[in-house]
Each structure stands twice: as structure tokens, then as C-alpha cells.
Design a protein around this ligand. Structure first.
Ligand code: C5P
Length: 241
């Protein structure tokens, strides 16, 4: 399948607290985006890669340009939007007509090659949508506002069976036409509905299209907080000798 990859890297990084866009935060010896982009290149699956960057950024743009040298893959950059879904939509507008598209978070900078291949293999077998997942280790509760706010602001509404829960990662893979249609349909969403979109698969699910699950990786953690960054540094260094 002719495949494009979108890397969304336009987030502000507020929860990381470094005062710079998250994708520019240093992991090991280079910005997080460098790891994410080299990970996609190493998987050798993309004909075209579109990186979505914070509006006005020049540093990350230069990083992308530096990785273009010596590569046949077409690298492009576009400005991000105010939500992750807006950022993905901006990239979908500039992609040429590939068969498939993988959407990947720069924040999952250490996603291994095998995961890209598992996602693409499922698309090649005929899936229109496929996402990598790992089992959930915590018991998860659904919360609602409390009947007794004097005790606590929230109480348990329900407890989904843990066995059936999966934590969702990226890259998420789609038939390009399917993802475009799902994003077009979401243009009608209210602000509250738009704010609730946390991944691309949700939009495809709402079109009634089956979304298949493949095995993700513990290495694909989403680097969000300073602790996550410490953990990712340790993963990069590998086990102590
Ligand atoms: O904010 P969140 O943690 O969901 O971000 C997931 C990914 O989406 C990150 O890689 C971030 O850079 C990207 N993002 C984006 N544009 C936004 C918000 C987030 O590209 N407006």
C-alpha cells in the first residue's frame, strides 16, 4: 500500500512544564520530534511524511529539513490547529493520494518499528482502521459528580471489566479516504464534542466502521509529564550493565 504518515507535534507541552513545545523538549541528545521522525523513517513504510508543527516554529522545521537529506521520502511540514483533530485535518489537506495513512503522536517518540509494521499489515489485510493497544494494568472507574460534595467532589458511577479494556497508542492506521471522510463529518461538531476527540479512531468509529486492534508496545509510552520524560530517558539508555 502507498502510505503516508502524519506526525502531530503541535502541542504546547504545558504538562511537561518546560515552557517550550513538547516536541522540542530534549530526550537523550535530541528533541523528542527527532526520535519520533527517525522512528518513522526506520520503519521504511512511508512514501510521504507530514509533520504538524506549532504555528511560527522555526527550530523544529529546521530539524525536519535536516532529516530530509539523504532520504527519498517526501517530508513536509504544516502548521497545527487549536486541537489535535484540527492538526490532523491540516495535514490531511496537504497529503497526496496515498492508499493508507498512519497518524502518529510525536509524544510517542520511542514507538518501535514492529508496531508500525503490525498496523500496516492489518491495513494490507483489508482493515480500514487499525490501532495499537496494550492491556490495562489498573482497575478503571467511570466517575460522576458526587451526591455528597461535602465528602468528595466525585463518586464511582461504574467499573468496566478490566479484561475488556485496552490502552490505546499510536500510530493509528486508516484507509486514507476513510479517515478524510471521518474528519469531514466532524466539522459539524459543537465545541464540546470537538474537545472530547482524543484520537482519530473515535471519529472513524462514529461512522460505524470497524476498528481493529493490534498489539502495541510498552516502549510507545506517551511522554506527557516530567516523570514520563525521566522514564523515557531510562528506556533510551537501556538496562544498567
Ligand atoms: O495534547 P495531547 O497529549 O493529546 O497531544 C497528543 C499529540 O498531539 C502530541 O504529539 C501533540 O504534539 C499533538 N497535538 C497537536 N496539535 C494540538 C494538540 C496536540 O499536534 N493542537
Amino acid at each position: 500500500l502507498r502510505t503516508a504518515v502524519i506526525i502531530v507535534a503541535a502541542g504546547s507541552g504545558e504538562r511537561l512544564g518546560q515552557g517550550i513545545p513538547k516536541a522540542a523538549a530534549t530526550l537523550g541528545s535530541e528533541p523528542m520530534l527527532g526520535h519520533a521522525l527517525r522512528g518513522v523513517l526506520a520503519a521504511q513504510i512511508a512514501a510521504q511524511i507530514c509533520v504538524v508543527l506549532p504555528r511560527g516554529d522555526t527550530e523544529l522545521r529546521a530539524l525536519v529539513a535536516s532529516l530530509q537529506e539523504g532520504n527519498d521520502v517526501q517530508l513536509m511540514t504544516v502548521d497545527g490547529g487549536s486541537t489535535r483533530a484540527d492538526s490532523v485535518r491540516n495535514a490531511l489537506e496537504v497529503l497526496s493520494e496515498t492508499d493508507a495513512v498512519l497518524v502518529h503522536d510525536a509524544a510517542r517518540a520511542l514507538a518501535p518499528t514492529e508496531v508500525f509494521h503490525r498496523v500496516l499489515n492489518a491495513l494490507e489485510s483489508g482493515a480500514k482502521a487499525v490501532i495499537p493497544v496494550i492491556p490495562v494494568v489498573d482497575t478503571i472507574k467511570v466517575a460522576s459528580s458526587s451526591e455528597r460534595p461535602d465528602i468528595a467532589p466525585e463518586q464511582v458511577r461504574s467499573t468496566p471489566i478490566r479484561e475488556s479494556l485496552r490502552a490505546v497508542q499510536t500510530p493509528q492506521g486508516f484507509e486514507l479516504a476513510t479517515l478524510r471522510k471521518a474528519h469531514d463529518a466532524s466539522a459539524m461538531f459543537t465545541d464540546a464534542q470537538a474537545a472530547a476527540i482524543t484520537d482519530d479512531a473515535m471519529l472513524v468509529e462514529s461512522q460505524g466502521i470497524p476498528v481493529y486492534l493490534v498489539r502495541g508496545s510498552e516502549l510507545s509510552l506517551k511522554i506527557t509529564t516530567p516523570n514520563d520524560l525521566l522514564f523515557a530517558e531510562a528506556l533510551l539508555e537501556g538496562p544498567a550493565a
